[in-house]
Design a protein around this ligand. Structure first.
Ligand SMILES: Cc1ncc(COP(=O)(O)O)c(C=O)c1O
Length: 365
């Protein structure tokens, strides 16, 4: 199965582009904003207090309580801290969920976040790809699910690379389908908070027996802290805890102390407003140059069809980089379903850089 694991192309592009001082990095999906100053104070204070050890595998009680309080405040959903497991980013969370899955078949959307597939292979799972297109606004629906054989379904809402937020009624139908048919359902909610035009519900609003995976990497602007969380159905909590003890011992302690202070909603409002302005600017500019089938409703990506320029995705990205030093990610990083026609722009950069990127691309095209 390891031979199936493909490189994460965006990381290769980042490496190549980093050699050029004048490069504009619209390839990478990582916020450029700092976390709240409260987070920075908390990590300094933890350092001064000499907190250098492990924590219990599920994570600091104070952090799990802070996460539970966030669910009440943000979604009006009650979650017991007992069901929360702090992880090394959501990436650590997927490893734990796949690691305890008894079944073999993982269903994923195509295009979708590429690491899901590769982590699944690392745990000797097989992957069932569900092609999603404009007809369902790039969402899996229960109609897709009726026609495939799978044990676990993992979706991301908000989705990477399309920025699509699953419609509430569709998400509810999917959750119900999985419950009725005894399938494990996992919702990656890492981009929650970064939603621009509508409100969003956690999958936990519809059913307690789903897995929610989340992280401090995006909305909370803490990608390098490597800290995230899982909310697991009660019946899996003990198993996850045991697996987590063995695989990770614990998430980094300094990051855990820092994350306790991350729910600083004044600052987080500033973060979402900043990204909304960037989305508005870049979308309005790029829609005149490319065909953009889904206006991004969240996250910080634009999924643009470049086929009218007569090049395939990688060729187009190489061409744009060579001529303009604007780095973007080829669609083929996200699957095989028409992905050669697409590229992904990330707007996790200051608006002045987005403006400069647009000028360079327009001049060149
Ligand atoms: C949809 C999605 N899920 C998960 C991750 C992994 O994030 P982390 O491990 O930093 O939480 C990313 C990173 O880009 C992502 O886009």
């Amino acid at each position: 199965m390891f031979k199936n694991i493909k490189p994460f192309i965006v990381m290769d592009i980042l490496k190549k582009a980093s050699a050029f001082e004048d490069a504009i990095h619209l390839e990478i999906g990582e916020p450029d904003l700092a976390p709240s100053s409260k987070v920075l104070k908390a990590i300094n204070s933890a350092l001064e207090k000499g907190y250098f050890g492990y924590t219990e595998a599920k994570g600091l009680r104070a952090l799990r309580e802070a996460i539970a309080t966030h669910y009440k405040y943000f979604y009006n959903v009650d979650v017991s801290p007992e069901r929360i497991i702090v992880t090394t980013g959501s990436s650590g969370g997927f490893s734990l969920v796949f690691g305890l899955l008894e079944g073999k078949k993982v269903a994923l959307q195509d295009p979708g976040y590429p690491c899901y597939e590769n982590i699944a292979y690392a745990f000797d799972k097989s992957v069932v790809k569900i092609p999603v297109c404009e007809d369902t606004n790039f969402q899996i629906t229960k109609e897709h699910l009726k026609n495939i054989d799978f044990d676990l379904l993992l979706i991301s809402s908000v989705s990477n690379p399309t920025g699509v937020v699953y419609d509430e009624s569709n998400l509810k139908d999917i959750v119900e389908f999985c419950r009725k048919n005894n399938k494990v359902f996992v919702c990656d909610e890492i981009y929650h908070g970064l939603v621009y035009d509508k409100s969003i519900k956690t999958a936990l609003s519809f059913d307690d027996n789903v897995f929610v995976v989340n992280s401090f990497s995006k909305f909370f602007c803490m990608p390098g802290f490597r800290i995230g969380w899982i909310i697991a159905p009660q019946k899996y909590v003990e198993d996850i805890e045991r697996l987590s003890q063995n695989m990770f011992i614990s998430a980094p302690i300094l990051s855990q102390y820092a994350a306790v202070e991350a729910f600083d909603y004044n600052y987080l409002n500033f973060v979402v407003d900043t990204f909304r302005q960037r989305r508005d600017f870049l979308y309005n500019e790029l829609k005149n140059i490319f065909d953009i089938p889904a206006k991004p409703e969240g996250a910080f990506y634009i999924w643009a069809n470049v086929s009218k320029y007569g090049m395939k995705s990688k060729e187009f990205c190489d061409f744009i980089f060579e001529k303009t030093k604007v780095a973007i990610t080829p669609g083929i990083d996200f699957g095989t379903n028409k992905t050669d026609d697409f590229v992904r722009f990330s707007f996790a950069k200051d608006i002045s850089q987005l403006k400069e990127a647009v000028v360079r691309i327009k001049n060149m095209l």
